[in-house]
Design a protein around this ligand. Structure first.
Ligand SMILES: Nc1ncnc2c1ncn2[C@@H]1O[C@H](COP(=O)(O)OP(=O)(O)O)[C@@H](O)[C@H]1O
Ligand SMILES: [Mg+2]
Length: 255
């Protein structure tokens, strides 16, 4: 970007443009000291702070407290491509809940964490993990949700193609996906590690980190979303091509 100032350079020749960082001597001459101060003010007003650098959070250990003691970390539950999840005691609810946060903080991560929470915060369904509240404590963003006491989907179904157990779990997962679609959303990252089966044998879909509105299908919303749009093994062709996803894309991933 060049600034067209119409000013004269040191040589006395008219200088039409100034590059960033280049001084316009005519403005800082002794006669017009006021202009010099004015320029300093302009510089200050135009200053854009650098993008927040990536800050790494250490793994939270047992007993660590968040939000003035409301949450106490009990144990680490798991970590995926974006978030890290802990079991915590929620002293207000007087219950154990799951807390998802970022292993590091940067603008993209915070954006996605908020999106994940907001996408399905109002949706309540037995086959979808229920989201509770979104918080920021001293720069650390996190949200809480139902604690799923159970096992990962693959561990539950094991190597049992066609078994009644598999059929029942798949029927429940399909019900959960249908509920997401009924809410006008898409999951866009359906895969076995994003589902668990509770102790009372209920299949639950979680991780709405790539959820989007059906209207946009998540295509081209922002550079952040364009860069990560699913998991290659389960991704529909349209998602792989960075085109808009649809309900069909979720069903493709489902199998
Ligand atoms: N609500 C929950 N209850 C219990 N465990 C959970 C819960 N949410 C996530 N986990 C565990 O944490 C892991 C990572 O969570 P996930 O939301 O998939 O993170 P990412 O967005 O990074 O993929 C999951 O695979 C699961 O083992
Ligand atoms: Mg995940």
């Amino acid at each position: 970007m060049l600034y067209n100032r119409g000013a004269k350079g040191r040589s006395g020749m008219k200088k039409d443009t100034l590059k960033p960082g280049e001084r316009d001597e005519s403005l800082s001459s002794e006669e017009d000291g006021g202009d010099s101060r004015f320029e300093a003010l302009l510089r200050e007003a135009a200053y854009v702070p650098p993008v927040t650098p990536r800050r790494i959070w250490p793994r939270l250990s047992k007993g660590v407290q968040l939000l003035c003691g409301r949450f106490t970390v009990k144990r680490f539950l798991g970590q995926g491509g974006m978030g890290v999840v802990y079991e915590v005691e929620d002293s207000m609810r007087r219950a154990r809940v799951a807390l998802k946060t970022l292993p590091f903080v940067d603008a993209n991560g915070i954006y996605r964490l908020k999106q994940e929470f907001r996408a399905l915060a109002g949706v309540c369904h037995p086959n979808l993990v229920g989201l509770h509240e979104l918080f920021c404590d001293d720069g650390q963003w996190f949200f809480t949700m139902d604690l799923i006491k159970g096992v990962p989907l693959l561990e539950y179904v094991g190597d049992l193609p066609g078994s009644p157990r598999l059929k029942r779990v798949f029927a429940e997962l399909a019900t959960g996906i249908h509920a997401i679609h009924e809410a006008g959303k898409l999951h866009r990252d359906l895969k076995p590690t994003n589902a668990m089966v509770t102790q009372d044998k209920r299949a639950v879909i979680m991780d709405f980190g790539l959820a989007s509105d059906q209207e946009t299908g998540g295509a081209g919303q922002t550079a952040v979303e364009e860069s990560v749009s699913g998991t290659p093994l389960y991704m529909s062709p349209e998602q792989a091509a960075l085109k808009a996803a649809s309900c069909a894309s979720d069903w493709y991933a489902f199998g």
